[in-house]
Write a protein that binds this ligand. Structure first.
Ligand SMILES: C[S@@+](CC[C@H](N)C(=O)[O-])C[C@H]1O[C@@H](n2cnc3c(N)ncnc32)[C@H](O)[C@@H]1O
Length: 283
């Protein structure tokens, strides 16, 4: 039998790194009220290592003082705490299912409110606005696009995207069942493309945290895609609880393709509506 001995050095390093992460998250919460304490540890580890390389630190704890005392360092750290990967009509099959299966139900309401939680640079909310415009529903819809990352929200609000992303956006749009050409909805501007101002009239961009804030409106549809994957189980439950509270009776919830309400404390509050696209309906 092996004698209990000291933990292997590699494991100790990992444990120390996790301790540094926990201390940094607590410092960030106390100082800046941004709460990342219930984010999934595995992806936090990866992103904190990237931050260390960016700031040229050997230890994460070396960053703590700077994060506490230098607002611009915290602003930069926010880019490492949050992941901003997105694209228009991401997972086209999801948008096709919305067009073909969810909008026919939503159009029976005289007015609509939609919440896009964790909207990043706005690709998802602009896609939804285009979809609603093409289905003749935009004029009676308010879209709330929320995120905790202020600079991401600013870019979302601008509706301007670089030219080299547009071919991919157009491909997704057509695969999602687009009625015309994506170019019907944008003009060339600032070396990129700017989406139609008329789409934006219906969108409200706002700072909102699924970790610390409460519900701000009653809505008919929540689209929160590729956000819960970064949360631990407790925070996923909190976010799903907010969505349940915000939704009208029989309202819809759309998650990312790797996300589910199954196994959560809110599994019984939702039933699958388009199971393979992770679209649920409030029970
Ligand atoms: C990977 S992006 C997802 C973008 C888009 N929904 C999509 O699926 O393409 C994740 C977004 O969640 C946001 N986020 C992270 N924590 C959040 C929180 N506590 N409350 C609201 N948004 C959050 C990040 O800032 C980021 O913009």
């Amino acid at each position: 039998m092996r004698e209990p001995g000291p933990a292997p050095a590699a494991l100790q390093d990992e444990q120390l790194f996790d301790l540094e992460i926990r201390l940094l998250l607590e410092a960030v919460y106390q100082r800046w009220q941004h709460d990342f304490r219930d984010y999934a540890v595995s992806s936090l580890r990866r992103r904190m290592r990237q931050a260390m390389t960016h700031f040229g630190c050997e230890r994460l704890s070396q960053l703590q003082g700077r994060v506490l005392h230098e607002p611009e360092v915290f602003a930069q750290m926010l880019q490492f705490f949050t992941v901003q990967v997105s694209e228009m009509f991401r997972d086209p099959s999801y948008f096709r299912a919305l067009r073909e299966q969810v909008l026919p139900v939503l159009r029976t309401y005289p007015s609509l409110k939609i919440w896009v939680a964790g909207c990043s640079h706005g690709e998802e909310v602009w896609s939804l606005a285009i979809l609603l415009a093409e289905e003749g529903l935009l004029a009676r819809t308010i879209l709330y696009a929320t995120d905790i990352n202020a600079s991401a929200l600013q870019r979302a609000e601008s509706g301007i995207y670089p030219l080299d992303r547009v071919a991919g956006f157009s491909r997704n749009y057509l695969a999602a069942g687009g009625r015309g050409s994506l170019s019907d909805h944008y003009t060339s501007a600032y070396g990129g493309v700017a989406f139609d101002r008329r789409l934006k009239q219906q969108i409200v961009f706002a700072d909102h945290s699924l970790a610390t804030d409460s519900v701000f409106s009653e809505v008919h549809f929540v689209s929160c895609r590729n956000v819960l994957i970064y949360f631990n189980r407790a925070l996923q439950d909190r976010a799903l609880g907010l969505f349940n509270e915000a939704l009208v009776r029989r309202g819809f919830l759309g998650l990312g393709l790797r996300e589910t309400v199954q196994f959560s404390g809110h599994a019984a509050d939702f039933e699958a509506f388009v199971p393979d696209q992770r679209i649920y309906r409030k029970a």
